[in-house]
Design a protein around this ligand. Structure first.
Ligand SMILES: [Zn+2]
Length: 363
């Protein structure tokens, strides 16, 4: 058995909002105190020498800020404080900065609540999650009692709702699927597979889109947020179902490295495309790992123009942006009629085989 870590996210019931909001406020205070220390003391004046660079470690900060919890009557446990300071240090290192953004607790520009914890500090007891002396009720969609909890955090969304994120270790099972599949990511359909399976361009939330437009015209802020969240969920759900089915059926999955820049001149927002495609790829990647099947990304250049049957690029194949409307075409060389996207997906699968065989993925 191979072990893999995974993060489970469950919604915390709203009755716990007050205490979580309070702890989030305290985490922000700790964060800002750490920020103050590191930004104030990043240069130390030495007489007759000038200034020398001073990097404060998380360990030193822990010592300096030790008293803050007692002084300010905080309810967050000490390990949450340690984790906050450690995260501040990690972010400083990552961004090569002494001063990070302040965490604000109120107003329209407030930071979304975040409360980290270490392994062993959150436990599943009597059907609830126990943390720092309090039981939290959650919508348990995973059957949490079956998992070994590691570290994690509570996090808040833009609507003020809280979720619990827990890292768990799971044992992976071997894929039962024997199929192989190539996937073409596109605009008309989000994804088209070489066997003809299609992930449609989110028909499921077109209705929400209409309500959203209406709410936007009426400037109903709260409603807009709710609908955005709903659309996000619906899209994630559709992609989850799609990838789950693919990983179950196939032990080789190949996807093209499509870039949204090439398609930027379309009506759909680039960010929406990016989000959908990257979510799809991320899911395929970790789900294949979980099933011990192979996931490959290949250069998708020329996959649309090339005939997947004879390998030629014939004069009537779809090309460039002008060819975007051509949905179906016949190869002038071998006469095979192709669906534009399925043909591309077949070429992508072939490139995947070439990559695995050690060849250069080109046509
Ligand atoms: Zn052909």
């Amino acid at each position: 058995m191979i072990k893999q870590t995974k993060t489970l996210k469950v919604r915390v019931k709203d009755k716990h909002q007050p205490i979580l909001n309070r702890m989030a406020f305290e985490v922000n205070q700790i964060w800002n105190a750490a920020n103050e220390e590191t930004s104030l003391w990043c240069w130390i004046p030495i007489p007759e020498v000038g200034f020398i660079r001073n990097t404060i470690s998380a360990f030193d900060l822990q010592k300096q800020l030790k008293g803050i919890r007692a002084e300010r009557d905080f309810i967050i446990p000490s390990h949450t404080m340690q984790e906050t300071i450690a995260e501040h240090a990690r972010k400083r290192k990552q961004h090569k900065k002494d001063k990070l953004k302040w965490r604000t607790s109120g107003g329209s520009r407030r930071s979304l609540g975040w409360i980290p914890f270490k392994k062993g500090q959150l436990k599943f007891k009597n059907g609830h999650c126990w943390f720092a002396g309090t039981y939290y009720s959650v919508w348990d969609s995973y059957g949490l009692s079956h998992y070994d909890f590691r570290s994690g955090s509570f996090s808040q969304d833009a609507r003020g709702r809280w979720s619990l994120n827990i890292v768990v270790e799971i044992e992976t099972q071997a894929s039962k699927g024997t199929g192989q599949i190539g996937i073409d990511l596109g605009l008309k359909t989000t994804a088209t597979c070489s066997d003809g399976t299609v992930l449609k361009r989110q028909d499921c939330y077109r209705k929400s889109e209409a309500t959203l437009a209406k709410a936007q015209r009426a400037r109903k802020k709260k409603q807009i947020k709710t609908i955005h969240a709903k659309i996000k969920h619906q899209r994630a759900d559709a992609i989850h179902k799609f990838t789950h089915q693919l990983v179950n059926k196939n032990n080789l999955i190949v996807v093209g490295n499509v870039s949204s820049n090439a398609l930027a001149k379309t009506k759909r927002a680039k960010s929406v495309l990016d989000a959908g495609w990257s979510m799809l790829k991320t899911q395929l990647d970790y789900k294949s790992k979980g099933m011990r099947s192979v996931f490959v990304e290949v250069n998708e250049a020329y996959t649309t123009q090339t005939c997947s049957c004879c390998g030629c690029i014939s004069h009537n194949s779809p090309r460039g942006r002008a060819g975007l409307e051509i949905r179906e075409w016949s190869c002038a060389e071998c006469g095979t009629t192709h669906d534009r996207d399925i043909n591309a997906a077949k070429n992508i699968l072939r490139l995947g085989h070439q990559t695995l065989a050690g060849g250069i993925p080109s046509l």
